[in-house]
Design a protein around this ligand. Structure first.
Ligand code: KIV
Length: 280
């Protein structure tokens, strides 16, 4: 198969058509951006989950545009192949189409993102259309939408009742018609995610939405074992917390026991003659 130098939106649509699963992950800084791009993951999201995973906020709600731009720029410097998406933080797109275009434009022009993502269904269809008309590609986000955690009452699966499932299906169609190029489905029963996936031409990317979406996304910190996941869906592939804690304890112990640094391995020396003169 032809090697793809840079992932663009039409390629993702083709992947859905041929039934090839799409991989997506978050990144918030330059070193991990290099790693996820090297792994060949197709989409990298600078999620507003930077708030709870990196910045120490309890939720994503306080994250600002400035923080998102700062992190997206760092990730852009590392991502060369994957499609890079900037996540629009709470209140950067909710007020008006104009404000949304201005802020989404910053992600593209200032931070170098290829597209933006925003949370919401029917109420955001007009916003998605306006951004699309302005030439900015938008990924939608349905199901559990973390920026509405207050209204939703916590990390709860969305779409278990007929009414909510119907709304999800309708919202997906509306966002597709408005021009969204893809949809995140978060915390959705797998059967409903399967129905949504079959009902739209654009790729669905699931997170806690079962195996039948066109792709899957996870938060990097959950995959690497930096976080304590609140629900059962994230798969931890390595426990970096444990590995890093062990390394730090060893580092501290080496300092206390004077095992580190050694002269032979970790120190620099000066010429003996210079030293002699200095000591006179
Ligand atoms: O901010 C984020 O990490 C996200 C993913 C959970 C899709 O929106």
């Amino acid at each position: 198969m032809k090697e793809i130098k840079r992932i663009r939106i039409p390629y993702l649509l083709e992947m859905k058509e041929r039934g090839e699963k799409i991989s997506m992950i978050t990144a918030y800084d330059h070193p991990t951006a290099l790693l996820v791009d090297r792994a060949g993951i197709e989409i990298v999201l600078v999620g507003d989950s930077v708030g709870n995973n990196v910045l120490g906020y309890e939720e994503t709600v306080p994250v600002t545009m400035e923080e998102m731009i700062h992190h997206t720029k760092a990730v852009r410097r590392g991502v060369k192949r994957a499609l890079l998406i900037g996540d629009m933080p709470f209140m950067s797109f909710n007020v008006s189409n104009e404000k949304a275009i201005e802020n989404a434009g910053r992600f593209i022009k200032e931070a170098g993102a290829d597209a933006v993502k925003l949370e919401g269904g029917e109420e955001m269809a007009d916003r998605v259309e306006a951004l699309d008309r302005a030439g900015i590609a938008v990924m939608g986000h349905l199901g559990f939408t973390p920026q509405r955690i207050s209204q939703l009452g916590g990390h709860k699966v969305q779409g278990r009742t007929e009414a909510v499932a119907k709304k999800l299906l309708a919202d997906a169609k509306l966002l597709e018609e408005a021009g969204a190029f893809s949809l995140i489905l978060e915390l959705v029963p797998w059967q409903i995610a399967q129905l949504v996936t079959a009902s739209v031409k654009i790729p669905t990317i699931g997170i806690g939405a079962g195996p039948h979406c066109d792709g899957q996304v996870l938060v990097l910190h959950d995959v690497l074992g930096f976080s304590q996941p609140l629900t059962k869906f994230p798969k931890r592939y390595v426990n970096l917390n444990e590995i890093i804690e062990k390394a730090l304890l060893e580092f501290k112990s080496d300092i206390k026991s004077e095992k580190y640094p050694t002269i032979e391995e970790h120190s620099f020396s000066v010429d003996e003659e210079v030293l002699k003169r200095l000591k006179k």
